[in-house]
Design a protein around this ligand. Structure first.
Ligand SMILES: [Zn+2]
Length: 258
């Protein structure tokens, strides 16, 4: 059986997701969607306070001793400053769709990082709730795509145009972001279409700092920080972000100096 493939949501997927989202939002508060399990993961007190301003969501503090899938201690811990999953979505992943590579989709050691865009214009995203809405639309698009719906949003972390960093799929699990190369691969996506837009300076600053922090956390060398198009035939992450990533990794660039 093939494991999930890893295309970005196309516009139609996302529009469908957006339409579904209206209904899903009405149901999400109490039904939990009926599928999958709650994601494990820490919720940082600062994030709970920050996300308290998000309309339509309730900050959820998940006691570490209850619920979720057991993971190694610390495996699902969120890096400081990352907005937890609970701030934008209360539904878990469809673990039955995690079939990759005979590992039941478990991430194991993280040894590489891949950078993406979502190929969707992000110029209208200004507030935290705008970004949360986009995250749900992307997730819905990926989870309803045919013929191989993803288990959940495919990226582990997402950076919005204001530089906020969001938790996507738990790092306890492989992502769905580079077809056939998701093992041990941390997927980070910048919201935007960077063939048409330039990434904002806020997003770039967050990206450089966050990628550097993850390189340090996992001992990942610069040579294993790639963009999607360096691994597969795709336009992702768009020529403007591709150009920036080349600069950042070149001698004297932000990531090269990290
Ligand atoms: Zn990509």
């Amino acid at each position: 059986m093939m494991h999930p493939v890893n295309h970005h949501p196309d516009r139609r997927d996302v529009l469908q997701g957006g339409l579904l989202l209206g209904v899903a939002a009405l149901l999400a508060g109490c039904s939990g969607g009926g599928q999958g399990r709650a994601l494990p993961g820490a919720v940082w007190p600062d994030d709970a306070r920050r996300t308290a301003t998000l309309p339509g969501t309730k900050p959820t503090v998940i006691p570490s001793s209850t619920g979720g899938t057991p993971v190694a201690r610390g495996a699902g811990a969120l890096p400081p400053g990352v907005i937890p999953r609970a701030a934008w979505n209360s539904q878990g992943m469809v673990t039955g769709r995690l079939t990759a590579n005979g590992q039941n989709g478990r991430m194991g050691a993280i040894t590489r990082i891949t950078i993406h865009h979502d190929a969707l214009d992000s110029s209208s995203i200004r507030s935290q709730s705008d970004a949360a809405y986009r995250l749900n639309a992307i997730r819905n698009g990926q989870m309803t795509r045919k013929p191989e719906p993803f288990a959940d949003i495919g990226y582990h972390y997402i950076i919005d145009p204001q530089g906020r960093i969001w938790e996507g799929r738990s790092i306890a699990y492989q992502g769905a972001h580079v077809r056939g190369q998701n093992e041990n691969n941390l997927g980070i996506m910048l919201m935007g279409h960077f063939d048409q837009q330039r990434p904002t300076s806020s997003a770039i600053e967050s990206l450089d700092a966050f990628v550097a922090s993850q390189m340090a956390r996992y001992g990942i060398p610069l040579s294993r920080v790639k963009t999607h198009q360096e691994l597969a035939s795709t336009e992702c992450p768009g020529r403007n972000l591709q150009r920036y990533m080349a600069q950042s990794r070149a001698r004297g660039g932000a990531l090269a100096r990290a």
